[in-house]
Design a protein around this ligand. Sequence first.
Ligand SMILES: *[C@@H]1O[C@H](CO)[C@@H](O)[C@H](O)[C@H]1NC(C)=O
Length: 184
Amino acid sequence: MGLGSRWLSIQIFVILCLGIGAQKDCSPSPSSVYISHSPMVICEYLPMDFLECSDPIDPRGDQAARTRLGYGCPRWGGNRYEEVLMTAVNCSVLPGVECFGDRIFKKDGFPCVRYTGHYFTSTLLYSILLGFLGVDRFCLGHTGTALLKMFSLGGFGIWWVTDVIRLVRGDLMPADGSNWMPYV
Ligand SMILES: *[C@@H]1O[C@H](CO)[C@@H](O)[C@H](O)[C@H]1NC(C)=O
């Protein structure tokens, strides 16, 4: 081996070392300081498309639990926006999505609404066509009043009519506190 080729191998060695050193400098250091002008988004600011969120917690009517925890749904449903309770749920960032900070966190602004397969249109049809047998109330889970309504043949016709009106006005809802299915 001549002097020239030895020099060459030393040069290559040095260049390689420098390259590795430089690479080390470029790799992101596990810093706990958020750099606001970096492209990394804070996990909690990610839009819903990148998150997986749990269902709201049901403390089964326990208002004290909501006061203590600050979240949960002691009451479900409602017809108007103001009537619907809002709560926080647990959200986690989907795997493979990069972001800064905790990947699991509490996120607020979820409505206390649930759906158990009650459709407004079919219930209204039951109420109009079979209201004298209390079929509408049976379907909604109001079994006690449904039996009364059936044996009185729809309250001698009066209950039959008023329940149709109450349905349309939104005063007669599923007994389990669920909302009408949003898409018919
Ligand atoms: C989040 O998850 C923890 C642990 O499973 C649970 O104790 C807590 O109640 C949850 N919080 C919410 C807002 O659902």
